[in-house]
Design a protein around this ligand. Sequence first.
Ligand SMILES: Cc1cc2nc3c(=O)[nH]c(=O)nc-3n(C[C@H](O)[C@H](O)[C@H](O)COP(=O)(O)OP(=O)(O)OC[C@H]3O[C@@H](n4cnc5c(N)ncnc54)[C@H](O)[C@@H]3O)c2cc1C
Length: 525
Amino acid sequence: MQKPTEANFVGTTTSQTHSSSLSPCLTPGDKHDRRLLANVHPPDWVNPIPDGRYNLVVIGGGSAGLVAAAGAAGLGAKVALVEKHLLGGDCLNVGCVPSKSLIRSARVFGDLALASDLGVMVPDAVTLDFGVVMERVRGLRAEISEHDSAQRFADLGVDIFLGEGRFIGPEQIEVAGQVLDFKKALIATGSRPMRLPIQGLEQVGYLTNESIFELRELPRRLAVIGAGPIGAELAQAFRRFGSELILFDMMPRVLGREDQQAAAIIQQTFRDEGIVMALGSRINQVLLTERGRVIQYAVDGARKEVVVDAILVAAGRTPNVESLNLEAAGVTYHDKGIIVDDGLCSANPNIFAAGDVALKHQFTHMADATARIVLQNALFPGPRKKLSDLVVPWSTYTDPEVAHVGIDPQEAEEAGPAVETFVQAMADVDRGRTDGETGGFVKIHVRRGSDQILGATIVARHAGEMINELTLAMATGTGLKKLAGVIHPYPTQSEAIKKVADQYNRTRLTPRVKSIFRHWLAWRR
Ligand SMILES: Cc1cc2nc3c(=O)[nH]c(=O)nc-3n(C[C@H](O)[C@H](O)[C@H](O)COP(=O)(O)OP(=O)(O)OC[C@H]3O[C@@H](n4cnc5c(N)ncnc54)[C@H](O)[C@@H]3O)c2cc1C
């Protein structure tokens, strides 16, 4: 295995900021990337002439911006969408789509590790063709990009302006030398990988989610900095492909925001799969030597170093606000992004924000959900939709997956007697056993004294699918008691949810109720 090419690294070689250049996330000349580009940033695109005052101008053509633009155009509004880089934003180009495509290949290795337990003897010499894996990633991305293409949105009636947008007043945006007047505007400029103040890191060069999907060769030794969802998912995938992997985080555990029990399962899985974990560590310096990239760090009071071929930085996100000239529009912001109220309106009553640039929960489905709130609040009179009314699920696509909805795991742990928690181990669910996937659980929190579901965490191979039942229950006000009466096909892993509901119902049978029932049955004999 060779080192990835220097061109893939940010740091000295390429700029980390969103620039007008389309590198480093695309490879010039690659047929899939050419197809992608033809869809999401056509080289021959000519911006339209602005057509009077727009009902809505959207800055940023990622998940939030596209949903808002399509929705507004569908309602008959006059809409302009401004995108400086690639339509589809992070999710399509350098986020969900490529990472989940890559993870699918890595999952095969997870199955192979289980194969002999299942009676399937796999020859030792199973090999990886990393080139094929990555070509599949780029191919899928290009295929899916049809959906987000400039032409498709133009056909929907959206005026597409390619170029960097910036405010030049409270009701005007400038892009590529043209001025767009608006009644309402939406800032949906997303986020980018956070830069880390580690000595030597910029000089040595590193990968981020913006460059890793263009790798052509598997790094033999890879360090991942950041054990949150993005770092954890990619660390496991690259380890399964065969990279020697060291995972760094300042926090003492992986997936720091998740339920502790869930994180412990993932941590043990990583350990079993051979990921070296430097948790609770502090990186002091990074050096480029003949041996490779040397990371000097401190953990548990000891000074250590490790030599790797590549470093992936996945340690948080920075909102894209700097280039927008927000002062000219009277929009306020801080280091977490645009400051908005519960209706997603900024300090300027005509300017809203949605997606990563304004949210704590930085997910594609939240970009989508918040864009819909903005559509309602910006374009319609009447009652405003509220961010705080949303029931928010998320899923981390490690193997097993960790999915969560509702009350923050930490909040649930700290709530004490106000919250009652029920847990079902997957080891006692028949389908968990038949699948050989017994390591997870379903945990549901209810308000004490009622069956109102406040939140849940699931660890299971397809936890991201299973969580939807609980999200629906929460969104529709369906209590846990009712879920016991919902027929779940046997055998499915989702039966774990019904078993939790059964547990809940059993706790409602007080000794008095049980005694009355026993007497009644005896009388009927
Ligand atoms: C590796 C990775 C994996 C992920 N996996 C998942 C997942 O599995 N599930 C999930 O729900 N979420 C996932 N996410 C998060 C998800 O990608 C983001 O939450 C989502 O893309 C946010 O959408 P957005 O529209 O807010 O911003 P973005 O998608 O970032 O779009 C913002 C757009 O604005 C443009 N822009 C910025 N400034 C300007 C300007 N001044 N003028 C014009 N255009 C501008 C940018 O070029 C960009 O195209 C992942 C993220 C990463 C990095």
